[in-house]
Design a protein around this ligand. Structure first.
Ligand SMILES: C[S@@+](CC[C@H](N)C(=O)[O-])C[C@H]1O[C@@H](n2cnc3c(N)ncnc32)[C@H](O)[C@@H]1O
Ligand code: SF4
Length: 375
């Protein structure tokens, strides 16, 4: 089983908190789509004929593409790969792009899941972080998607935005939960160095929410999600029954994936590689089929660290049997010995030969993780 990730690195404007590689360069969209098609051909052997079970258009802003541009990419993928009939096929969208006109135009394409970047349903928050949409547009985006027949909808929310109180966060969650969606990704705001928001904090224009309130916001999130039938299958991801994201899960299960487009990452069990993070350099390099990526061969420790890092965050936890089979008994023992103090202090549970964070453990997950890393 393998996945394909396509990075669409365009934004109509940049949000203040974001440090993902994207540019405001609409003129380059048609050329980039052609380069993506070329890269798909160039790298057609990367997944070694494995069947595809997820396709994910991420960004940036995939919803900036037209139906014809998506179609070009899909036709290429379907001509090269054997895509499972029930493959999960997602695109990320910004709310203001999800008009009835746009949704009707793309409805006949292969998509069966939309991930909508809402972040907040509060107009003041949205303005402060330079989002393009209003709260009403966010709600309309979900309703429009449902009206054209999408029944697997995820939304992204951010908690701990400057000036956000626990009460305001609860209001966000209530609005989200009224929308009959199937999946929520909720991230605590991070101040990424060099972003506009980071500068605003440096200049004293905004103040970060204190750690205690961040923790309370997270606890409230978990509580409300649970009350409303969502399972916390990963620290930041919540799904109703049957709607976990296969795309996310395949990262956590260490399936191979092919990442296409500027800055996209690929992984194939023995190496990881990443494309150049520049649209113009990427277009040129693909044209010449040379130097568009860097590659790193993975050592046993790298692969162990990757597995521990992602699985510790999931409700499945770290599977010690799997760990021993894949990485040997020494590393399995290393992991167990180092997590033992957290089992003893009730931050981690140990059952079925699996290690799972409990709520208190989640609060200090980074601290636990550092103890488990092997360098
Ligand atoms: C790179 S964005 C792509 C989605 C789409 N462009 C959008 O903005 O709606 C993926 C998600 O990462 C999250 N994100 C990005 N930067 C973040 C930050 N500094 N702190 C917390 N969450 C962040 C947001 O929830 C966002 O929806
Ligand atoms: S959050 Fe999304 S829309 Fe905003 S800058 Fe990042 S990728 Fe672009």
């Amino acid at each position: 089983m393998a996945g394909i990730y396509i990075h669409i690195p365009f934004c109509k404007k940049r949000c203040t908190y974001c440090d993902f590689y994207t540019e405001v360069a609409p003129k380059l969209i048609p050329t980039l789509v052609d380069s993506i098609v070329k890269e798909l051909y160039i790298r057609k052997d990367y997944l070694q004929n494995e069947p595809i079970h997820t396709i994910y258009f991420g960004g940036g802003t995939p919803s900036i593409l037209s139906k014809a541009q998506f179609l070009k990419i899909f036709e290429t993928i379907y001509s090269i790969y054997s895509v499972n009939k029930d493959a999960e096929i997602t695109f990320e969208a910004n709310p203001d792009d999800l008009t009835m006109e746009f949704l009707n135009s793309i409805r006949t394409l292969a998509f069966n899941r939309i991930s909508i970047g809402i972040q907040s349903f509060d107009d003041e928050d949205l303005k402060m972080i330079n989002r393009r949409h209003s709260a009403k547009q966010a709600i309309d985006a979900v309703k429009n998607s449902q009206n054209v027949g999408f029944n697997n909808i995820s939304i992204d929310l951010i908690y701990g935005l400057p000036f956000q109180t626990l009460e305001k966060w609860e209001k966000q969650l209530n609005t989200a939960l009224n929308l009959q969606i199937q999946h929520v990704s909720a991230y605590g705001l991070t101040y990424e160095e060099g972003t506009e928001l980071w500068k605003q904090r440096e200049n004293g224009k905004v103040k970060s929410v204190d750690d205690e309130t961040m923790n309370e916001m997270y606890l409230l999130l978990v509580k409300k999600m649970k009350e409303n039938g969502f399972e916390a299958y990963e620290i930041s991801n919540f799904a109703t029954q049957g709607f976990r994201s296969s795309h996310n899960s395949s990262y956590w299960k260490q399936d191979s994936y092919l990442g296409i487009g500027p800055s996209a990452h690929s992984y194939n069990l023995s190496s990881r590689q990443w494309n150049v993070a520049s649209i113009t350099e990427y277009i040129l390099a693909i044209e010449n089929n040379t130097g568009f990526f860097e590659r790193e061969e993975l050592t046993l420790f790298d692969r162990y660290n990757d597995y521990v890092m992602v699985s510790l965050r999931t409700s499945e936890g770290i599977n010690l049997t799997f760990l021993e089979q894949k990485f040997g008994s020494e590393l399995a023992m290393y992991c167990f010995e180092n997590i033992k103090p957290y089992i003893q202090s009730n931050k981690v549970s140990h059952s079925d030969n699996k290690l799972r964070l409990n709520l208190e453990g989640i609060m200090i997950s980074n601290q636990i993780l550092i103890q488990l890393m092997k360098v």
